[in-house]
Design a protein. Structure first.
Lengths: 300, 301
């Protein structure tokens, strides 16, 4: 039995990063919420003194004026739709590719398979600005893909630079390493016997993977899904560099609303919408980690 | 009482994991059954993925050495090193290189000092509210950065941090906290306690056990986290732009203006330069990252 003083020390030792996050992330989020609800004084006075088109609650508890102004705007709704489908498409592609790479690495334990995993992890170490710019150049008009298409007699092949399709490709490129590492690490901890038993009973590789490995590797898959989804929802650099002017994702939309239109309140409303979407994506993750913690065997 | 036991990492689970991780599967499928169609399919798949990953990077490398290059030529019409020389004649570009290499190590060290003791505590002690602390760290990751930076700008104005060196360090630090805590915590938790107990039994003191047993075993995870922190700082553009400009323009911030205001050769040269430390660090930690040091950190045990 630990004494209260000991537990206090433990808490103190664990607290520095949490304090840092509470002061410089938690507190700003709380302030943001009040600002979007029309509170322009206090911690918001510095930013509201330079802002345009603000909605004030005039001393009342809250006003949803800023929310209704943003949520009914046509360009916002277009960006919202773009954000949702780009995120869904990117996450789907990332999961598919990551599973293929991880599965191949797990089942065919050859040098080629290990090399493939190493390949898939490379983007983790390339700065996102560089990756995005490289992808833009590669898929744009004048890039290699368009050049090759021209060489084989397909001059009508679409250039994906400055399109949402290009954003999907770039998001997949940036997100693939994390998903491969997560899913691959999970697959490696599943013993051979589980998979072999299904194979011996006559299941094909695909069927054995689907019915045995997928359920056993569900938690890492969910972690990969949630983190990929959250990072794409809030992404800025990729859609800013690779995407079209409009409609684009909500990340660059919020940045533009703040920096070009000087409307920080509306920008923060957009940020709150992204946050709400991110929370939805985070729910399976919290559920999965909670469940896996409770399922943990007591002792080996 | 029950929360104490539930909050502590389960030693059975973690030691089981370390045993399972290195177990290599036996060679299978590909070698035993010479299915040529499948092999060709796999070959094409690998080639496509390699092209998808490396194609853009190689294309950018070509641009860095291109003189004249017009569509639809597969290779530049003429080659040139002129941008490699010119780029060093722009003082603001040279300065941004120096600034990036100043901020990244400082942010990495500060992040380690702030987070590593906490990682150890979360892994080894029954910290009250451990789960909540981990979830709070996670939630901080879910709020979009741009929304955060707008409000932080207000906070930084009030604290006179805008445009300061410390302000830039602080904003870059925020992006490193989560994995600098999670990944080392998972590494500490995966060390079987019996190893530490054995060292204690033969008379080693607490500190000595930590520095000769625990720390070396957790080193790969700590190393991976520090490299990721370095890269996160090196890569950070949005927050640095908001807080640092015009006093502190780092390489990635500079990259935004290069992309729009200069010919592709200049941006390509700069991009290649900016990638060098990342690739070097990747080669250093590749083995540990592929070995699962990163993945373990995200399972919130």
């Amino acid at each position: 039995m630990k004494t209260a003083i000991q537990r206090g020390w433990y808490f103190l030792a664990a607290s520095p990063p949490v304090v840092l996050v509470a002061v410089f992330i938690g507190f700003p989020i709380a302030v943001t919420v009040t600002y979007t609800l029309g509170h322009l004084g206090g911690a918001n006075s510095a930013i509201s003194s330079i802002a345009l088109h603000q909605v004030s609650s005039h001393g009342h508890l809250a006003t949803f004026g800023a929310y209704s102004a943003v949520l009914t705007s046509h360009s916002f709704l277009e960006d919202l739709v773009a954000t949702v489908w780009v995120t869904a498409a990117s996450v789907g592609l990332v999961l598919l590719l990551a599973w293929l790479v991880a599965l191949y690495g797990r089942l065919a334990d050859t040098r080629v398979a290990r090399l493939l995993t190493s390949f898939a992890v490379v983007p983790l170490f390339i700065p996102v600005v560089i990756g995005s710019y490289a992808i833009l150049q590669f898929w744009s008009y004048g890039g290699l893909v368009k050049t090759l298409a021209h060489a084989v007699g397909l001059p009508g092949f679409p250039a994906l630079g400055y399109t949402l399709g290009g954003v999907v490709l770039a998001e997949v490129w940036v997100s693939l390493p994390f998903a491969v590492l997560m899913i691959g690490s999970g697959l490696r901890s599943i013993p051979d016997s589980a998979f072999d038993a299904a194979r011996d009973a006559g299941a094909s590789v695909a069927r054995a993977a689907w019915t045995v490995l997928l359920p056993m590797n569900l938690v890492p898959t969910i972690i990969a899904t949630s983190f990929t989804g959250i990072s794409i929802l809030g992404s800025f650099t990729v859609p800013y560099l690779v995407g079209p002017t409009s409609p684009n994702l909500l990340g660059p939309d919020a940045a533009q609303t703040f920096q070009s239109f000087n409307e920080p309140q509306q920008a923060e409303v957009i940020a709150m919408v992204i946050f709400a979407l991110a929370i939805v994506v985070a729910v399976p993750y919290l559920w999965a980690t909670y469940r896996s913690n409770n399922d943990a065997p007591s002792a080996a | 009482m029950s929360s104490v036991t539930a909050g502590a990492p389960a030693p059975g689970r973690t030691s089981q994991e370390t045993m399972a991780a290195p177990a290599r599967s036996t060679p299978r499928a590909g070698r035993r059954r010479p299915l040529t169609v499948r092999r060709v399919g796999v070959g094409i798949g690998i080639a496509l993925l390699a092209a998808f990953i490396f194609g853009p990077l190689l294309w950018l490398m070509l641009w860095a050495f291109a003189g004249v290059w017009h569509y639809p030529s597969l290779l530049p019409q003429s080659w040139s090193l002129s941008w490699w020389r010119q780029i060093f004649h722009y003082p603001q570009l040279v300065r941004s290189v120096g600034l990036s290499f100043t901020f990244a190590p400082i942010v990495t060290l500060v992040s380690a000092v702030v987070c590593l003791p906490a990682a150890y505590a979360l892994a080894r002690f029954p910290v009250p509210g451990r789960r909540t602390l981990l979830v709070v760290l996670f939630a901080s990751n879910a709020f979009p950065k741009i929304g955060l930076y707008i409000t932080i700008a207000g906070l930084f104005y009030a604290l006179h941090l805008m445009g300061t060196f410390f302000g830039v360090v602080l904003i870059q630090l925020l992006g490193t906290v989560v994995f600098m805590t999670w990944i080392p915590a998972a590494s500490f938790a995966s060390i079987p306690r019996v190893l530490e107990d054995a060292a204690r039994d033969v008379g080693a003191g607490r500190l000595r056990v930590f520095f000769t047993v625990t720390l070396p075993l957790a080193a790969p995870g700590i190393f991976v986290a520090m490299v990721l922190a370095f890269l996160a700082s090196f890569d950070e553009a949005q927050g640095t732009f908001l807080v640092g400009v015009p006093n502190y323009v780092t390489m990635p911030v500079q990259m935004y203006s290069l992309v729009s205001d200069y010919p592709p050769q200049a941006a390509a040269v700069f991009a290649v330069l900016l990638s060098v430390p990342s690739v070097a660090l990747m080669l250093l930690v590749r083995k540990h990252v592929l070995g699962g040091a990163l993945a373990r950190g995200f399972e919130l045990r």
